[in-house]
Ligand binder design. Structure first.
Ligand code: BGC
Length: 454
């Protein structure tokens, strides 16, 4: 059927109210979430056996901006895999050359050696193409953005995979050894000197230019945060005294509320979780990050289609297929300010192949996108607020460096987070400065490698 259809008699505003009941979070709800978040962080600092892993990164100093040197960096864990050459020039200046590689889907779920050989091969291509001198063994910082139990600055065992990765024979193994073995197989003279989470990298690279930075957040394919913790506040730390009395903690906040006690978990979130590669895990991440938002929208649309409230009950193979409603389409739809929502129609008709999309359908889908994204931004703000509260920085303030496609490109994400922070902190929210920390993960790995050299 390609022509118009008669709608089931249900008022548009009734549809909106139903959706709003499901997705809107009141200021009180934000406060409750934030409170539980702080408690969970404290628990995670006491013991490894907690939902929030609160992993000491072994990074105990922040940069001064004067660090110099040339380093390689690998950045694995977002949408793209990148190899970079980073030149720290001192005076907070950085030069970067980078090449993106696409990881074949097959390497994401095969034996670990397939993935690590691919990484080594990419480094070999980069070294050749950019004519990098490796005669004296070049140092490399490895940004590996998955949960890792760090045991030294350049050692850490893989705890679990997420974001669509699931490599066999890797859990419990040291990531640096896996990479170094692959580099040796390729006879590459590269030393892996630091293993870095992207949030730690983002914090450190931003601190290279703004010493007031004490939080690094990723809001991209996945989500997570790292922050500066006082060494005395980490009862589980058994690594001896820390000169600076500071430790950067990788919170792995994506796992927050895996127990489903406080987050507004809906039937759509449950459906998404059931079909994921890691059911029951990364609860908070699945409500916030780029890998999942589009899928939540698709599931809400499917529900309305089945109830004949949307598109006159007509679906398409695309709309019926998990993963086909990309988060990037949500951005496009939210950016569509035409009276007729023409671009929204284009996405739904041309890309998602819905046979007929009436103006009312376009408005409803747009509202779904808005509600899902607003919920994500408000939840992300709860995490930031919890970290700032945990650091006792609400009064004194701090800079939060944020990187990732959702924060950088999703329309209004930043403002929606700021609104929520204002609801949580009132006028003190002005003390929390959210700043885009672009390219942070790669540069941060180089900064950490430079500090390790000192
Ligand atoms: C990973 C984190 C990472 C975050 C952002 C999460 O899925 O567990 O280690 O920092 O994604 O890339």
């Amino acid at each position: 059927m390609t022509g118009k259809y008669t709608y089931r008699e249900i008022d548009e505003s009734t549809v909106y109210s139903e959706l709003e009941d499901v997705f809107i979070l009141s200021p009180q709800r934000l406060r409750d979430i934030c409170k539980v978040f702080v408690k969970e962080m404290e628990k995670g600092l006491e013991s490894d056996d907690c939902t929030l892993k609160m992993i000491p990164s072994f990074v105990t100093n922040r940069p001064t901006g004067k660090e110099v040197g040339t380093y390689l960096a690998l950045d694995l864990g977002g949408t793209n895999f990148r190899v970079c050459e980073i030149n720290l020039e001192g005076q907070s200046k950085v030069r970067l050359r980078a090449k993106k590689f696409t990881i074949p889907d097959s390497a994401k779920t095969a034996d670990q050696s397939v993935l690590f050989d691919f990484l080594a091969e990419s480094i070999a291509i980069f070294i050749k193409e950019y004519n990098i001198n490796t005669e004296n063994d070049i140092n490399l910082g490895f940004t590996f953005s998955f949960p890792v139990q760090q045991t030294a600055l350049n050692k850490g065992t893989i705890l679990l995979w997420n974001k669509g990765f699931n490599c066999a024979n890797s859990i419990g193994k040291d990531v640096v050894t896996l990479l170094s073995e692959a580099l040796t197989r390729k006879q590459l003279k590269v030393n892996v000197v630091a293993l870095v989470n992207d949030t730690v990298g983002t914090l450190m690279s931003h601190a290279y230019v703004d010493p007031g930075t004490c939080v690094g957040v990723i809001l991209g394919t996945g989500t997570n945060a790292a922050y500066v913790e006082s060494a005395d506040a980490i009862p589980k730390w058994k690594g001896g005294p820390i000169k600076s009395n500071e430790m950067i903690i990788n919170s792995e906040w994506g796992a927050f509320d895996n127990e489903r006690k406080v987050l507004p978990w809906t039937k759509f979130d449950q459906q998404q979780d059931d079909q994921s590669t890691n059911p029951g895990k990364q609860t908070y991440e699945k409500m916030i990050s780029g890998m999942y938002l589009g899928e939540i929208v698709r599931l809400v649309c499917k529900d309305l289609i089945e109830r004949k409230i949307l598109f006159g009950g007509m679906s398409s193979t695309e709309m019926d297929t998990p993963g086909k409603f990309e988060t990037a389409y949500m951005s496009r739809i939210e950016r569509d300010h035409t009276a007729e929502l023409t671009d929204t129609k284009m996405v739904l008709q041309e890309i998602l192949k819905i046979p007929y999309v009436a103006p009312r359908d376009r408005r409803i889908v747009r509202r779904i996108c808005e509600l899902v994204a607003i919920r994500a931004a408000r939840l992300a703000a709860c995490g930031v607020a919890a970290v700032v509260t945990k650091m006792n920085r609400v009064d004194t303030g701090c800079t939060v460096a944020i990187d990732g496609s959702v924060y950088e490109h999703y329309p209004h994400f930043d403002n929606r987070m700021r609104d929520a922070l204002h609801e949580l902190f009132g006028m003190f929210s002005e003390n929390v400065s959210l700043q885009l920390g672009k390219d942070g993960s790669g540069i941060g790995a180089a900064v950490i490698a430079a500090l390790a050299d000192k």
